[in-house]
Unconditional design. Structure first.
Lengths: 400, 352
């Protein structure tokens, strides 16, 4: 048998394009003919229409309960009547009928009372019932300048200030031996491992709620892959440019710090989303305890940002920039979470954050190698466990 | 206990949909302040506004298309079917009716359709009326896709009772699709009764619409009056053994939109039957007036002078009253849940 492959025939670019497009064109043609003939050979689906309407969001304004719904199912759904706590209620909506993936806002006139519970049934044209529940009725805050200001303040308290405070360990780090720095980087990796677990679990929880039409929990994993690949690409691009410019590994520490700051920033974006959404739903007491808890929790993140630059001499401006990059997204997250919460979006963002952090860990890992070239030795393992343990312990202080 | 079933099923449904409901409310973030501006389709028609400001009602002030349904609760309320009459050799009156069962989709609330089972294409079925001692002959033809029976309340022989397994020797019992059978018996006792399908599963066969009123007048007729038929019923539209829509004569809030017109100072007699399934008790309450109540209508002496009575499943009675003032007077179930889910209406009293 002649195992040698024949050399590919010489073909022009246009011809190659044509060869690629022919199967696609045929496929499109068949789809059109199939649809035009009304799917020959296939009977209509047996049984009644599948009504899979999902209540994505409920907002409460004086005298009005507003439900955002999306049709996750294959068939069109018509909400014809609305029952609130065993009574028909008047309502308005934009569309008579919702086709697959279409969304609508249903405004129900109802004199709801703060602190009470409501059970809502959306009655469809076939008599089906789409249930929704308000465990505790609280007015949804109006998105105005004051509201955005409050969310910015909250994001600053729980994100920016603690991270910047944590970075004040830099002078201490400068005076530390390389072996201590290695342990601190191991500690940082431990922190990041905890953040990955946290982000994935939170993403999966949020993805499981509301509309599943855009992929549900798959979004978290896809987001993680995207986050990992994007950060890896950014990193390799920066690395090749940096080497061309300075020709040395001197900028390596700053480069790592930047990656850590991006990873932690993405994590804080998710944290801000959770805080903002909880506040909007009235499920969050803006007490001192919450702020103190987050401050302690996030201060360690500041340490993680500066650990890689212990041997560099970054300017104050650079350090402030790193701190804002790591902590600032908490503000943005709080704004989005409180005003335009969308479960699918948040789940994907949390996934992206987790993937990015995983990429940061891959970048940091070589720096915990000791003189003997070992990765895991008592001190590095201790640092890793310490990082996980500190975030675990401080996470007990906050509950969103 | 049954009263809680609906709520329990609803909440377990909510739970089974993942954290949909809980999550939506827990994470339910602020809608934008401009939500109203985003909805050009919002209707502000006067009917909707009236329905909202005054009292409970269906959304958008919508009404059910009675013409498409083939029956109108405004006509059913005064529709009595005396049958085809002839004289028997012994001088008694023979009354004959045809009852045809059929499967039919009806609209029970604006835009909400229900796959009903009907007698003569309507829910409730025709109000069969006769006089104590008449000979009755009811020819039942089953045009439905399911086996049915007609079970009359009253006094009659076992084989005429319309129960599966009884009277099969003469072609009775369960009547299969395409088959027919003639129920024949003497009318009695006088009073207000009902008929309904007695095929298994019972709750489904009744709840889907196979029921009607059966009135046996006393030999000495009651005083002339403006007589009204009210069958208190409900529909389980999502098959969770709990009702979504309650009504009198099938269409929720019908008499709220089209009040029952009566004359001032004229005697009004209401024949009231409760055929509710899934809920154990129904009630009738009249605003700004009182009535004499004749339970089951089997006595000519009223048992009570009141403005609220309750009836369990299958219970019935006759109400007599006059309206001394003109204007609109509400009537509804005093189980307010049923009232706000459709069982609510108006009398409109006009001067003679």
């Amino acid at each position: 048998v002649n195992a040698e492959a024949a050399p590919p025939p010489q073909t022009s670019g246009a011809r190659l394009w044509l060869l690629g497009l022919i199967p696609l064109a045929l496929m499109a043609g068949i789809v059109v003919i199939f649809a035009a003939l009304g799917a020959p050979g296939l009977a209509e689906r047996r049984g009644p229409p599948v009504e899979n309407l999902v209540v994505d969001k409920i907002a409460l304004h004086p005298g009005v309960i507003q439900l955002t719904v999306r049709n996750d199912g294959p068939d069109a759904v018509s909400v014809r009547q609305v029952i609130v706590n065993d009574g028909f209620a008047n309502f308005t909506s934009k569309y008579e009928q919702l086709t697959r993936l279409a969304a609508d806002t249903i405004r129900v006139d109802y004199p709801w009372i703060e602190g009470e519970a409501y059970e809502i049934s959306l009655l469809t044209s076939t008599g089906g019932v789409i249930p929704a529940e308000i465990p505790v009725a609280v007015e949804t805050p109006e998105a105005g300048p004051g509201f955005y200001g409050l969310m910015a303040l909250l994001g600053t308290y729980v994100g920016v200030i603690p991270v910047l405070l944590g970075m004040l360990w830099l002078p201490l780090l400068r005076r530390s031996k390389p072996s201590v720095i290695r342990v601190l980087i191991a500690f940082t990796i431990g922190l990041l491992v905890f953040l990955i677990v946290d982000a994935l679990l939170e993403g999966i929880e949020i993805a499981g709620q509301g509309s599943q039409a855009f992929g549900g929990q798959a979004l978290v994993y896809l987001g993680a892959i995207v986050g990992y690949l994007v950060l890896a690409t950014v990193d390799s691009t920066m690395r090749s440019r940096g080497q061309a410019a300075s020709g040395g590994a001197k900028a390596g520490g700053l480069h790592l710090a930047l990656l850590v700051a991006v990873g932690i920033g993405l994590h804080n974006l998710g944290e801000g989303l959770a805080i903002g959404a909880a506040y909007a739903a009235g499920a969050l007491a803006l007490g001192a305890l919450l702020v103190i808890g987050f401050a302690i929790h996030n201060t360690t993140e500041g340490l993680a940002v500066v650990a890689p630059v212990a041997k560099n001499r970054p300017s104050l401006k650079t350090l402030a920039g790193l701190g804002l990059l790591a902590g600032g997204p908490a503000i943005v997250g709080a704004w989005i979470g409180a005003s335009a919460f969308n479960g699918s979006l948040v789940a994907s963002l949390l996934g992206v954050g987790a993937g990015a952090i995983a990429q940061v860990i891959v970048q940091l890992a070589p720096f915990i190698r000791n003189e003997a070239g070992q990765f895991l030795y008592p001190k590095s393992a201790g640092g890793l466990l310490g990082g996980i343990g500190v975030l675990y312990a401080t996470s007990l202080l906050v509950s969103v | 206990v049954v009263a809680f079933t609906r709520r329990r099923v609803l909440s377990s449904l909510a739970a089974s949909l993942g954290a949909v409901a809980a999550g939506a409310s827990q994470l339910g973030a602020a809608g934008t302040a401009t939500a109203a501006d985003e909805m050009p389709g919002m209707d502000h028609d006067p009917a909707a506004a009236a329905a909202h400001s005054g009292h409970a009602g269906f959304a958008r002030g919508g009404i059910v298309d009675s013409a498409a349904n083939g029956f109108d609760p405004s006509l059913i309320v005064r529709d009595f079917d005396w049958g085809r009459t002839s004289k028997l050799a012994d001088g008694r009156t023979l009354r004959e009716w045809n009852l045809v069962a059929s499967d039919k989709e009806i609209e029970i609330a604006p835009g909400v359709r229900y796959a009903a089972w009907t007698f003569n294409g309507r829910v409730p079925g025709p109000t069969l009326r006769c006089v104590d001692g008449d000979r009755l002959r009811i020819r039942f033809s089953n045009g439905s896709a399911h086996p049915h029976t007609v079970h009359f309340h009253g006094i009659h022989p076992s084989e005429m009772d319309g129960v599966p397994g009884l009277g099969e020797n003469i072609g009775g019992g369960l009547i299969q699709p395409g088959q027919s059978f003639t129920y024949e018996f003497d009318a009695g006792p006088f009073g207000l009764h009902l008929y309904h399908c007695h095929a298994s599963p019972l709750a489904a066969h009744i709840a889907k619409g196979l029921y009607g009123m059966f009135i046996v007048d006393p030999k000495e007729p009651r005083a002339p009056a403006d007589e009204l038929v009210m069958v208190m019923n409900a529909f389980d539209t999502n098959f969770d053994f709990g009702n979504e829509i309650y009504a009198v004569n099938t269409v929720g809030f019908h008499y709220l939109n089209s009040p029952i017109k009566v004359k001032r100072d004229a005697l009004v007699r209401i024949y009231l039957v409760n055929v509710l399934e899934y809920d154990p008790i129904n009630s009738f309450h009249l605003h700004a007036n009182f009535f004499h109540y004749f339970p089951t209508g089997t006595s000519l002496v009223p048992a009570e002078y009141t403005d609220t009575i309750s009836q369990v499943q299958g219970q019935r009675g006759i109400l007599e009253l006059t309206f001394p003032y003109p204007g609109k007077y509400m009537f509804h179930a005093h189980k307010t849940e049923f009232a706000e889910l459709g069982w609510m209406g108006f009398f409109e009293v006009e001067d003679q």
